[in-house]
Design a protein around this ligand. Structure first.
Ligand SMILES: [Zn+2]
Length: 186
């Protein structure tokens, strides 16, 4: 009985080994493809963030500097400038990244100011805006969406005239926007 069974199996294998081999190859390929496809669909890094510019056709009137002090001609003092100041004939100011407006405020130094919180630990602030920015706290904004217009409400830089004082934070530390936005190629 045992021998017969074994013989039958051997007979079967002799006749159909080709099909068995092909079947095994198909299964291995299917599993490999499945694993690769599965791995591809699971993000291993955070999605890349596409920054846009806060103003169109803008020029930088004061660049970011954390180590070299720059003269503040309004306050008549030398200071680090952890922001970038822009001016443009087009006064519109745009969100640099999708996000949520987390603060709209006014104080005599910064003027009207909008704060937007983004994914990835980024926060952007826009100071020296004209009265009544077009967004409110809690609003969702898209990258490139208008949030306000420039003015000279930031009295600590009133010498610069109408401009945007733009600051980018990563994990609550100011970072050089030049490292994230294509500022020199506008
Ligand atoms: Zn500034």
């Amino acid at each position: 009985m045992e021998i017969t069974k074994k013989n039958k199996f051997v007979e079967f294998f002799k006749n159909y080994w080709m099909y068995v081999a092909v079947g095994v190859v198909v299964i291995v390929v299917a599993i490999t493809v499945g694993l690769l496809a599965g791995r591809g669909s699971v993000p291993t890094t955070s999605p890349s963030l596409e920054f846009s510019l806060p103003m169109s056709e803008a020029s930088i009137v004061k660049d970011f500097s954390s180590t070299e002090l720059q003269e503040n001609t309004t306050l008549n003092q030398w200071e680090a400038h952890l922001s970038v100041d822009f001016t443009s004939d087009n006064a519109d100011v745009f969100a640099v990244l999708d996000g949520t407006v987390t603060d709209v405020s006014y104080d005599i130094l910064n003027g009207y100011k909008v704060e937007i919180t983004h994914d990835g630990g980024f926060v952007s602030t826009y100071s020296s805006l004209a009265e009544e920015p077009v967004v409110q706290e809690g609003d969702s904004v898209a990258s490139g969406e208008k949030i306000g217009s420039i003015s000279s409400t930031a009295t600590f830089e009133s010498d610069l005239g109408d401009h945007l004082h733009f600051t980018l934070y990563l994990n609550e530390e100011p970072v050089d926007p030049n490292n994230y936005l294509d500022l020199q190629n506008k």
